[in-house]
Design a protein around this ligand. Sequence first.
Ligand SMILES: Cc1ncc(C[n+]2csc(CCOP(=O)(O)OP(=O)(O)O)c2C)c(N)n1
Length: 510
Amino acid sequence: MTQSQLIQQTLHTLAYIGVREVCVAAGARNAPLVSALLACSGVKVWNFFEERSAAFFALGRIMADRRPVAVLTTSGTAAAELLPATIEAHYQNLPLVLVTADRPKSYRGSGAPQAIEQAGLFGVYATIVGDWDATDESHEGLCSDGPMHLNVCLDEPLETNVAGVDFSSAPPPPTYEDGPPAPLQCDLVLAAGIHPEDAVHVAALLARLDAPIIAEATANLHGFPELQPLLIPGGERALQSARPAHVLRIGAVPSWRWWRDLEALPKIKVTHITRGGFSGLARKENVETLGWENIHSTELARVDPPCGILRFEPDFEKFPESEPAWVRKIVNAIPAGSRVFLGNSLPIREFNLALQTTKPGLEFFANRGANGIDGLVSTFLGTSAVHPGECWLILGDLSALYDLAAPWVIAQLEHPRLRIVVINNGGGKIFSRVASMRALPEAARNVIENRHSLSFEPWAQLWGMEYLQTADVNDLEDLLAMPMVIEIRPDPLQTEGFWKDWQKPVIRPR
Ligand SMILES: Cc1ncc(C[n+]2csc(CCOP(=O)(O)OP(=O)(O)O)c2C)c(N)n1
């Protein structure tokens, strides 16, 4: 097989898998694939100078549009940069397609320049679609769920004049038959990480089930009027008041502390309906995991007696400059029709507490597969890339520092009405919420929290984004129709006060 044929085979395989967008980070080894790709039709090419952002951006594109997206790298550590996004895609069961150019197989184990062990590089996190070079007689690609890895070995001279292919003429990827839904029972529902399109079906199921629901913002359920009587405010506090016998978890693994406590409560039965197949619990006892088709179940029963869950509303007005109160102000400022990405650590938790109902058309996303604070800006940009409305990212300062190169791609976006809200509390403040860490000496807390006094203004400048540091919520109205970094510095004493007030013990009425 010639190098041209090998490259064309690779492109046909991508088209067959259903790829219509490729995020490219170029080097010499993958230049033949890049130039052939640019000669293709029916495929959108995004360009990056570094691979980690490219992979997280691809992940965001998949999350939003629910199609496989490929990321194409050159050889060596460039390929290894894809690992964090691949792990996230694995736990979210998203079809991230990793195409890594490699040196010929004969270089393996030699330590020759830019020849690392790329075959199987992603271990359990990606299915190997192929490990091909020109000496292989024929190539058969293997389509699967979740991340897929295609390693393509190219010898010199590198061929840069390969004809493209038409991606849109590829046959549609195979679909699989679902099994029949099982009967469902529960007295408490936990919901998180549901795509807005799926949320319509989940809402119909939950309205019929008529059990109390603790939904995270990413469940995308707060906008359904029929669910309002069932949606319980108060998050963690409400959960601590509940005495359920049977919990139904729909979508992603919840971010509540209470979920972790469930490990040690084996008497509480847990049924999961998830696309990913992960139960999110280490215990096996009294746990069942069902396929997504079960959201169409028609045999439903609410367990009696009810779980007795109580409703709690935080008093944001009492501590108006605290971090949770600021998140509440942001919730109010986000216009209808926006897409919102929630950063891990405190922002997602505070947002879940602050959200009561949503305006029409709000859509929420987050990276809760492996809960990393890396790649959040890039994933957000991927989810925002073709969204016509405003796109908001709420994230912590360390999370933002992690992904400083992400805005590279903004110049390629169609409607960059981006609002990157950095809640700058001067470090990783989630650790000050963990009791065991609060007991540590100051020197240790300094290191663990990575305390700092950095400003995000130069970051905004570097990438040509507008910068706003605000202490006035009115500044969040009528924002410019351009990419913006909005830095918010909550009052640490008020934040302490808010949490002390909120954590008062739950008194159950007789
Ligand atoms: C890639 C990665 N490294 C480390 C962690 C562990 N971790 C969880 S939260 C956190 C601190 C986050 O700080 P920041 O983004 O400022 O948010 P805050 O805690 O202040 O809300 C760290 C380091 C992680 N989740 N992911």
